[in-house]
Design a protein around this ligand. Structure first.
Ligand code: NAD
Length: 494
């Protein structure tokens, strides 16, 4: 079988890898490669960063007004909307998530480009009412420079949009290093970037391995900011490199999010939220509600409902509209998820559903793991503390609000949290006490381009989405104009 082959995208054109090597891109449903992507190295990265740097400093991009930049973003959003179905299908082939989910994401992605396109010409400086006479002082917000965007495999284009749209709106130029498992959709996007009218060199893509292309990009001296979504260990490496070079850094990392159900909640809604919190996207989202905290009084009822829903989930081909749980994206992740199921068993938690690879006929040769629920979990167990990034739920009992808060916060992550309650006062108290970048009350997993998203504690640095996200790609200049103050000779003694 001949595989589709993808090159880098640099300076407005496809570019073969300097080393001449390609990496396979696998379809998680078949377990077989369907495409090849360029294996980038430091030479490709330098080529791309130089192109981005040239486009930042001269030519058509810096000559545009902010409104004109915003218009290009708008056009890109429109192009993505017109091609959403095609882009979603490419993503499913690479990451195995459900076509229904990827289609919904791709139909939503244009909003980031429309929203930040609209913001591009609304970034205003200030006039400072100085404490000194004879000066006029004002601020300007200027683009930070070349931005390195490093993305993961779970929602490639959506997570890219969170970074790309504000970076371009701010006037930066970018080099993207998508995940080596899911580069195809980002490369397909480049055609739309061209059609929207972005000048060559403003958006570049170098594909390849994290330790090669990714590391070279993060370390490149002309990169001024690195924005990364992925594993927290990788985030630490990137932050260390950025610290050595004094680069700006934004990190969206993992989570171990609690979904907390109080006895006064609507239990049916809560259980539905818990199921979608952990089994949607096969648990491969940073905001997976991977710890379900159930209050003693409703534990048996909620557990029975949970098992009934999860047991009925249909697994199979992610392209099929009837499928509810797809495969795990990579073989490595599949093995990691299974190893955590073993860890949970050895720690003494009880498997009440699933607990191994799925061998259902409709799963074929794909990397499927049965939806797995552990009961009798103690929050100090590794399956309650570490991110599994798969369809594995740890259920923990609690007796009262204070204990729920203590368990929710007794983890090094703080990305998302769900609170299910019918008591408005409790909803506000919990929203205040849970240490997490997002708290959802009587809902779970909602995100919007308008609302800030990011992590407390080890879940990250900086915020994406919302109007302030554009500031993450700008730097402030203070300009002083002498309007009449005397400039004295410093060497004359007075
Ligand atoms: P990963 O950290 O292995 O890879 C992410 C990206 O970083 C890939 O493009 C990879 O090639 C690159 N990379 C790896 N090593 C690098 C290095 N040394 N230097 C530069 N780049 C490097 O993560 P993953 O396996 O793709 O994604 C899964 C993880 O991402 C999970 O832990 C999950 O929680 C997290 N995640 C977080 C969010 C969020 O918004 N907070 C979203 C999605 C995923």
């Amino acid at each position: 079988m001949t595989l589709e082959r993808f090159a880098h995208y640099i300076d407005g054109a496809c570019a073969a890898p300097a080393g001449g090597q390609y990496l396979p891109s696998d379809n998680p449903f078949t377990g077989q490669p369907w495409a090849e992507i360029a294996r980038g190295d430091a030479r490709d990265v330098d080529h791309a960063v130089q192109a981005a740097h040239r486009s930042l400093k001269s030519g058509a991009w810096p000559a545009l007004t902010a409104s004109e930049r915003g218009l290009l973003l708008h056009r890109l959003g429109d192009r993505i909307a017109a091609h959403a179905a095609r882009l979603a299908a490419i993503e499913v082939r690479d990451n195995g998530k459900l076509l229904s989910e990827m289609s919904a994401q791709l139909h939503y992605v244009p909003k980031w480009f429309h929203y930040f396109g609209g913001l591009a010409d609304k970034v205003e400086g200030r006039v400072i009412p100085l404490d000194k006479k004879g000066y006029f002082n004002f601020t300007r917000h200027e683009p930070l420079g070349v931005v390195a965007i490093v993305t993961p495999w779970n929602s490639p284009l959506m997570l890219l949009a969170w970074k790309l749209a504000p970076a371009l709106a701010a006037g930066c130029t970018v080099v993207i290093k998508p995940s080596e498992y899911t580069s195809a959709s980002t490369l397909a996007l480049m055609k739309l970037v061209e059609e929207a009218g972005f000048p060559p060199g403003v958006v570049n893509v170098v594909t390849g391995l994290g330790g090669e292309a990714g590391a070279a990009l993060v370390a490149h001296p002309l990169v001024r900011k690195v924005t990364f979504t992925g594993a927290d260990g990788t985030g630490r490496l990137i932050a260390q490199q950025a610290a050595r070079d004094l680069k700006h850094v934004g990190l969206e990392l993992g989570g171990k999010s609690p979904n907390i159900v109080f006895a006064d909640a609507n239990i049916e809604d809560a259980v539905n939220g818990a199921v979608s919190g952990i089994f949607a996207a096969t648990g491969q989202t940073c905001i997976a509600g991977s710890r379900l905290l159930l209050q003693d009084e409703i534990y048996d009822d909620a557990m029975a409902r949970l098992l009934a829903i999860a047991r009925a989930a249909r697994m199979g081909d992610p392209m099929d509209a009837g499928t509810q749980i797809g495969p795990v994206t990579t073989r490595a992740q599949y093995e990691k998820v299974l190893s955590y199921i073993d860890i949970g068993r050895r720690e003494g938690a009880r498997v009440v559903l699933g607990g191994g690879p799925a061998s259902r006929p409709e799963c074929g040769q794909g990397w499927f793991v049965e939806p797995t629920i552990f009961a009798g979990v103690d929050n100090r167990m590794r399956i309650a503390q570490e991110e599994v990034f798969g369809p594995v739920l740890s259920v923990i009992r609690f007796k009262d609000e204070a204990e729920a808060v203590a368990i929710a916060n007794d983890v090094r992550f703080g990305l998302g949290a769900g609170v299910w309650t019918g008591d408005i006062g409790r909803a506000f108290r919990m929203a205040e006490r849970v240490e997490s970048g997002t708290v959802w009350v009587n809902t779970y997993r909602a995100v919007s381009y308008m609302s800030p998203f990011g992590g407390y504690k080890d879940s990250g640095l900086g915020r994406e989405n919302g109007a302030d996200a554009i500031l993450e790609y700008l730097q402030t200049k203070s300009v002083w104009i002498n309007t009449g103050a005397a400039t004295a000779n410093p060497f004359v003694m007075r």
